[in-house]
Design a protein around this ligand. Structure first.
Ligand code: ADP
Ligand code: MN
Ligand code: MN
Ligand code: MN
Length: 415
């Protein structure tokens, strides 16, 4: 229900008004007795948000539209964030091979000059739309100039080229996406006192209880929405810093890992929009003795997963070590604030690896050591990393048989 001004509020012919409380519980309704008109004029209620009465909205959302599908086209903007707009398509043509290319105003996304503003978007993957019931879809696209060249911010094209021709290695990625929830002031994380600090880290990681779990409903809604969409979401957990959460996408093969991670980020922003909560992927949202947010990238090839695969894992680690600084430079903006050597990170200037060691650049899971095969975990990428860049770079470094760093397993202790 949207109130435009005190004037329109006065004209309401009802004896009570229903006000949704946007700040604390936007989906709930509170019935308030109407105040005298003069009092209401003195405290006009401004329509800052369009507030949602779930039952009223559902009346529209559940209307059938046979033969037609709403296709929400998603693209990645100049900052690596996902934007979208919608069009109607014939239900018989709502498949990836039949969906049309489209365009958007690139000058409004810092991706094209005003005089030649069209960016062409080409459908690359289709998912079910968890926000619109029925057969409606999300369409992930990538971005081109009208002449057909990939935009500089279209990192998907370069990633596809890096994966091409090596399908027999069957690269798997499992990405652990961490994120932090804030009040709409963008200053106060969920569960934190305004202008102050909560109790020190310790009880929050995977914690249960009103004094330690903040934002679970968002994590839950996002998990279900991703499952519904067809994203290979493999789990979720509360993180070390209060208000911080994680979910995992994968294992996915090749380019699908980055595609699904980008769509999962979009779904998360949409869920947070519904709950009136701000979500950031900043790698160190709060300075000081608080954990940052990463995007650990778990990786394996067919060879690593097979019996005796540990040898291939060790070679891969030495190859990653030889290109450490190139990887660090590509692993996310602001990552230097996070990779300090504290808070379960390795110092960004040193490459290290170890079994079950969360203070290393690369961790070999305990189970992999026991089995003699499996995967490695690259702990360096930041939560805001570009998954097309990170996944394809790991694959390229390992697949090309590059030089190897002469390094022993690290004895770095967990800080
Ligand atoms: P952590 O113990 O570091 O918190 P998580 O359980 O959060 O690990 O995430 C591990 C991720 O690795 C999951 O997404 C999982 O699907 C993925 N994974 C498991 N096996 C493999 C594999 N062989 N190759 C790549 N990724 C894998
Ligand atoms: Mn994890
Ligand atoms: Mn984590
Ligand atoms: Mn991890």
């Amino acid at each position: 229900m949207l109130f435009r001004s005190a004037d329109s509020l006065c004209r309401l012919p009802v004896s009570f008004t229903m006000l949704a409380l946007a700040s604390s519980a936007p989906l709930s309704l509170v019935v308030q007795r109407a105040m005298p008109a003069t009092a209401r004029l003195a405290t006009p209620r401004m329509a800052e948000f369009v507030e949602t009465d779930a039952a009223v909205l559902d009346r529209y959302m559940n209307l059938p539209h046979p033969g037609q599908v709403q296709a929400e086209y998603l693209w990645i903007d100049a900052k690596g964030e996902v934007r979208s707009k919608c069009r109607t398509v014939d239900a018989k043509k709502a498949s990836l091979d039949q969906l049309p290319s489209w365009n958007y105003d690139g000058s409004s996304c810092d991706q094209a000059p005003g005089e030649d503003s069209e960016v062409i978007i080409k459908p690359r993957a289709v998912y079910k739309d968890p926000f619109r019931p029925g057969d409606n879809i999300l369409v992930l696209t990538d971005t081109y100039t009208p002449a057909g060249e990939a935009l500089p911010t279209n990192t998907r094209t370069a990633a596809t080229e890096r994966f091409a021709g090596r399908e027999d290695e069957v690269p798997w990625f499992g990405i652990e996406q961490e994120y932090t929830l804030f009040n709409l002031d963008k200053v106060t994380p969920l569960g934190w006192p305004q202008g102050g600090f909560p109790g020190a880290q310790g009880p929050y990681y995977c914690g249960a209880g009103a004094d330690r779990s903040f934002g679970r409903s968002i994590s839950e809604a996002h998990y279900k929405a991703c499952l519904y969409a067809g994203i290979a979401i493999s789990g979720t957990n509360a993180e070390v810093m209060p208000g911080q959460w994680e979910y995992q996408v994968g294992p996915c093969v090749g380019i699908a890992a980055a595609d699904e991670l980008m769509v999962s980020r979009y779904i998360l922003q949409r869920v947070c929009e519904d709950f009136g909560v701000y979500c950031t992927f900043d790698p160190k949202p709060i300075d000081g003795d608080w954990n940052g947010a990463g995007c650990h990238t778990n990786f394996s090839t067919e060879k690593m997963r097979k019996a005796g695969g540990r040898a291939a894992i060790d070679t891969a680690i030495r190859q990653l070590g030889a290109r450490h600084s190139a990887h660090i430079a590509a692993y996310g903006e602001g990552n230097e604030r996070r990779l300090t050597g504290k808070h379960e990170t390795a110092d960004m200037n040193t490459f290290s690896y170890g079994v079950a060691n969360r203070g290393c650049s690369i961790r070999i899971p305990r189970s992999v050591e026991a089995d003699g095969c499996g995967y490695l975990e690259d702990r360096r990428p930041s939560s805001n990393m570009d998954p097309y860049v990170v996944t394809s770079m790991i694959f390229e470094t390992i697949a090309e048989g590059n030089e190897e760093l002469d390094i022993q397993e690290s004895s770095v202790a967990l800080a």
